[in-house]
Design a protein around this ligand. Structure first.
Ligand code: GDP
Ligand code: MN
Length: 380
């Protein structure tokens, strides 16, 4: 789960990482009042779950409350790369002498958290990594050994920070960022830019914070930060029903068991010349309840012209899935043709059940490729 900048900064505060004082606003009036309270120059910042807000005009400096209100008026409702701005963060403006970049994420290859730090912050870090890799200092943390200050010093020297005041502050920030990363079960903590003010104070001007969805049960306070309105309505409905669903832009509705199988189903649909309408993973089970929920969500998408069920029975038994499909069809009306491919445990029994009931609008194909071809044909 991705957090908004202001939520990430809230976690930064809890872990003792310095940032500027600010307030959240959802209307120009609130923005004006927030600027009044903060006093002096403020920045009005669009809160959207995407980067590059500055370039898109979603970040504006204001001299005082009335200008803050006017900027909020312009920014609220703005579309930034497909994300509509519904909240702005009003923050005390900072004077910036330098912009650095600091992040910690997982290096899956090394199976360790990886810090990246460079003096060339503020801009796209991918650009720095591609064009001036030497400018990007990297440090792996052994998860069992834990964070060691001497390693962080190496990171700081590696990036070429020679001011002792900065070194000291950044060392503390690195340590606390690691605590935040582990403490919040994060997958990414990024500060871009990490600024140095003309007075030599180091603080986080931005935050990008991603928390592992599978660990949210341990952090009810963070789970509560989820903004359901930031998801498309179908994804919201799916989430409420516990179905893993991602909307795509094609016309073949996809339903499979297991993320890997669903991913390869998307590929096979493309191979057959079609375009998938969604990614939908039933997970391990194939009971009627799960099938009904998934079918309801998929068929609610007006772009869907046909539906492909791709089931490989491992622990899941195909006869159970077949019963689930038949019960689901009894309970809801589906207008779109359904193509089913069943293979693996009890596949024959499952196919027999479907053949026996032979519901209208449903056909069974022997292989994944045949099923994909058929579903694409039916969607045309
Ligand atoms: P992003 O564009 O989504 O990454 O948003 P950031 O929060 O990183 O802000 C982008 C840029 O806006 C920063 O790199 C700064 O140059 C500028 N900016 C943001 N806040 C302030 C501020 O308080 N004072 C000044 N002078 N510039 C700011
Ligand atoms: Mn940024």
């Amino acid at each position: 789960m991705d957090l908004y900048e202001y939520q990430g900064k809230e976690l930064f505060r809890r872990f003792g990482i310095p940032s500027s004082d600010g307030r959240l606003a959802t209307t120009p009036e609130e923005a004006r009042a927030a600027a009044e309270e903060l006093g002096g120059q403020v920045v009005v910042k669009a809160q959207v779950l995407t980067g590059g807000r500055g370039k898109a005009g979603g970040i504006k400096l204001a001299e005082g409350p009335s200008e803050a209100g006017a900027h909020a008026e312009a920014i609220l409702g703005m579309d930034i790369r497909g994300h509509v701005v519904r909240r702005v963060w009003i923050e005390k403006a900072s004077d910036i002498a330098k912009e650095y970049y600091l992040s910690v994420t997982f290096d899956r290859g090394e199976k360790k958290p990886l810090f990246m730090f460079t003096k060339e912050g503020g801009i796209d870090i991918e650009e720095v990594a591609a064009e001036r890799p030497d400018a990007l200092a990297r440090l792996h943390i052994d998860p069992l050994e834990g964070f060691q200050p001497y390693q962080a010093r190496r990171l700081i020297y590696g990036a070429g920070i020679d001011d002792s005041g900065e070194q000291k502050q950044i060392l503390t920030i690195i340590q606390r960022l690691y605590e935040a990363f582990v403490g919040a079960d994060s997958m990414l903590c990024e500060i871009n830019p990490l600024i140095v003010t003309p007075d030599g104070e180091v603080k986080a001007l931005d935050s990008k914070f991603t928390v592992d969805d599978n660990a949210l049960y341990k952090h009810p306070d963070i789970a509560e930060m989820r903004d359901l309105e930031s998801y498309p309505p179908e994804e919201r409905a799916a989430r409420e029903k516990g179905v893993t669903y991602v909307k795509l832009d094609g016309e073949v509705g996809i339903l499979g068991n297991g993320a890997g199988l669903v991913m390869s189903t998307l590929d096979v649909i493309a191979l057959a010349g079609g375009k998938p309408a969604n990614f939908c993973d039933l997970g391990g089970g194939g009971d009627a309840e799960g099938v009904v929920d998934a079918l309801e969500i998929i068929s609610a998408d007006p772009q869907v012209k046909s539906i492909l069920f791709n089931i490989f029975g491992g622990i899941t038994r195909c006869d159970e899935v077949a019963r689930g499909i038949l019960q689901a069809l009894d309970r809801i009306d589906i207008d779109e043709p359904i193509v089913v491919r069943l293979d693996g445990t009890n596949a024959e029994e499952g196919r027999r059940l479907l053949a026996e009931a032979s519901p209208e609008n449903l056909c069974v194909e022997p292989t994944m490729l045949d099923a994909a071809k058929r579903a694409v044909e039916l969607a045309a």
